[in-house]
Write a protein that binds this ligand. Sequence first.
Ligand code: NAD
Ligand code: DAU
Length: 339
Amino acid sequence: MKILVTGGAGFIGANFVFYMLKAHPEDEIVCLDALTYAGNLETLAPVMDEPRFRFVKGDVADRETVFKLFEEEGFDVVVNFAAESHVDRSIEDPGIFLRTNILGTQVLMDASRKYGVDRFHQVGTDEVYGDLPLDRPDLFFTEDMPVTASSPYSASKASADLLVMAYHRTYGLPVTISRCSNNYGPYQFPEKLIPLMIANALADKELPVYGTGENVRDWLYVEDHCRAIDLILREGKVGEVYNIGGHNEKSNLEVVKIILKQVGKPESLITFVGDRKGHDLRYAIDPAKIHSELGWLPTTMFDDGIRQTIDWYLENESWWKNIISGEYQQYYEKMYSNR
Ligand code: NAD
Ligand code: DAU
């Protein structure tokens, strides 16, 4: 199979490239990535010389680049990870989220139609279900729930999902969508909760917890997400949506305390700061469909996954220190000073 992986220089896309090259020695992968602030070629260094891998720098919303690449390569499968992915940035500046996440998806699907692919897979998010109340632990996100959105980021992802389903119904494009809960693991950009808290704790800096810290996220180790997408590509039904999550809900405060304990730093580093605008209260995936139809279950439990993740950040300090020493400093200052 020849697979186009968009956004493969980012967190989940890169983990997916590594996973697929290892799991399927017969497959070839082309990665198309614009190398925005979140994309990092250093992450892909271990596979750059691999003959079954090719990296192309380019924007998914650039029709000419995308169509030329499809013409050259003749892809069997497209997996679309490319996105602006950070909620806080979408609150500051929504425009780029609409361009990349919606128009980029449209361009990729237009090329997929023209050149004919066996599958277009959209990497979606559980944020398109809105949020759940904190006092109803019996409620979960299921695939048949209506799509809604709280942030410009989730609105852009929800719009993309609607467009994907429309291309399936109108043009018969063979699509699948996965909607995953919060991922964590190696190579996650340090603007996201877990790597940000690890980096700050190691530097004895304040750990900025939004609001009360009671908001709940449903954490999944990134490799489990990659395996689920691989399974959907091979055994999933065209036109279907699959939720991915492992029933691992934790409040933000719990997560931060676990990190502090593991790196041996005091809880006095926790600092409550102003809340995120429109902050979703609770995400919780019901993964019954992917479990019963495709036999998927997560294999890395949170205790192991968080230990492996912290160890990875400890062993790969240069990877994230390079990031936080650059343009990221202005970002941090803007988002967190006077919050
Ligand atoms: P990320 O921000 O780490 O990486 C995004 C990648 O996309 C970067 O390499 C960036 O350079 C690239 N990119 C951005 N704009 C582009 C463009 N116009 N053209 C080409 N490439 C572009 O994101 P991530 O956390 O790895 O998320 C990947 C996907 O998974 C996203 O679609 C996101 O919505 C979805 N998702 C993420 C999570 C999570 O917890 N991180 C959970 C569920 C779904
Ligand atoms: O649920 C899937 C989504 O998970 C993905 O679609 C998004 O791409 C991904 O970024 C993630 O979104 P969240 O907004 O849940 O992740 P984030 O790491 O930004 O925040 C997790 C929680 O931690 C959230 O409740 C906000 C809180 N938080 C975050 C940061 C960065 C803090 O309290 N302090 C912080 O400094």
